[in-house]
Ligand binder design. Sequence first.
Ligand SMILES: Nc1ncnc2c1ncn2[C@@H]1O[C@H](COP(=O)(O)OP(=O)(O)O)[C@@H](O)[C@H]1O
Ligand SMILES: Nc1ccn([C@H]2C[C@H](O)[C@@H](COP(=O)(O)OP(=O)(O)O)O2)c(=O)n1
Length: 419
Amino acid sequence: MARRMMSRLGQWSSYVFAVDFDTNSDPIYFALASKQSERPQVFRNVLADEMCYSLHVQSDDKIERAKFYGGLKKKLSKELPPECTILEMSIFQPNVKDSVIKGYFLKDASKSSATERVLGELLRNDPVYVCSYLCGGEDRQWSQHLWSNTEDGWVEVLEKYCVVPAEKPVHHPSTLNIINYDVFYSFEDAYKVLQQCVDIIPESKAVLELVDQRLESKEKTDFPVIVIEGLDATGKTTLTESLTEALGATLLKSPPQCLSPWRARFDTEPPLIRRAFYALGNYLTAGQIGQEARQAPVIVDRYWHSTAAYAIATAVGGKLGNLPQAGSEVYGWPGDLLRPSLVLMLSLSSQERMRRLQVRGQDKTMEEEELEANHLFRQKVEEAYQRIEGPACVTVDASPSPDQVLQQVLLLIREKCHL
Ligand SMILES: Nc1ncnc2c1ncn2[C@@H]1O[C@H](COP(=O)(O)OP(=O)(O)O)[C@@H](O)[C@H]1O
Ligand SMILES: Nc1ccn([C@H]2C[C@H](O)[C@@H](COP(=O)(O)OP(=O)(O)O)O2)c(=O)n1
């Protein structure tokens, strides 16, 4: 037992735990120690008389971890008593890339044994670590208790540690695992993810077959390639159509039409798989761009900026300030993806965007519903758009009439692409 304790503390001593009690403020950071700290009040102001637990996925397989973590929230929401609040939590090594293990922190005000029963069941059947947290003693010190399964099926506490405060890290933990989890910077990295999904998501096979037949694109195109970006309802469809006509251009989009039968399927998958699907869509579109730009200018409705900006904004929790700094490698362009001549981002006030969404009155994707509900998320998408480089986007005011927006954009294209 003593040896196991040493080994676990050895394993976790460089890790910090972060719990998101409130998305508008910083997480609460804590670490584990064998002795109490002089500043023991880790959860002061955020926990009352509740029982607390944490759950972390325990698997070396990236796909299994992503799938299980996504399903775990649904399972917990369904099976736990309604008085139980489920908060996002992560364990990470401060400022070390790829070190995050995601999990949930449970605040349970139910005073029933149902929660422990559900967690015991999970521990027996699924790849999870389960811990409970207790506050005791005169100085109200918190301790963490790691659960273990006994051979006869009971749950026991295996190890117990003191919970001590930890410093706020320079980089928000949600930024540490962006590369190759949320954003893919080469064809091969995205392709590998879908290859590993073939057994669990049979549709991956059809997508990979299409991708295998993609056209190769040269680095330099004969005619200019102009990408139009922006949040939903900022006027991309309206502008790309009028622009295509005005310039005698070819109109393409990413993801391309040939992926539409599978898009809804991949939209239900966890970020790792969903984002790999969209990344591959860009390479398919790049092949089409290369082909079409031999004959005429090409207009593209969404491309890499959309893929990276939405992925980064979804991955980064909390405040706008948690986004990786401008100039970070996460905003870089994939070395093997065709670069357009110009990227324009249509920008609108949230009131006008909402008005246009209502006028259009269509079904919105879940993500767009979230955008509406979540002003912060919308800001993060736009900020990420503006930080992406290689080429960076030029922001266009999309609030004037459709014709005025078209004239403004034609001027920009003439100036930057000499068309
Ligand atoms: N410049 C504009 N002024 C006013 N309404 C516009 C303008 N551009 C587009 N719209 C309207 O706003 C809605 C969203 O435009 P759309 O081109 O479909 O956006 P997106 O393709 O970016 O989702 C549509 O109903 C469209 O007719
Ligand atoms: N090239 C692209 C295009 C869209 N995406 C993702 C990003 C968001 O999750 C959604 C936004 O697409 P949505 O269909 O809502 O937007 P439009 O209707 O095209 O304006 O798709 C992407 O990752 N890469």
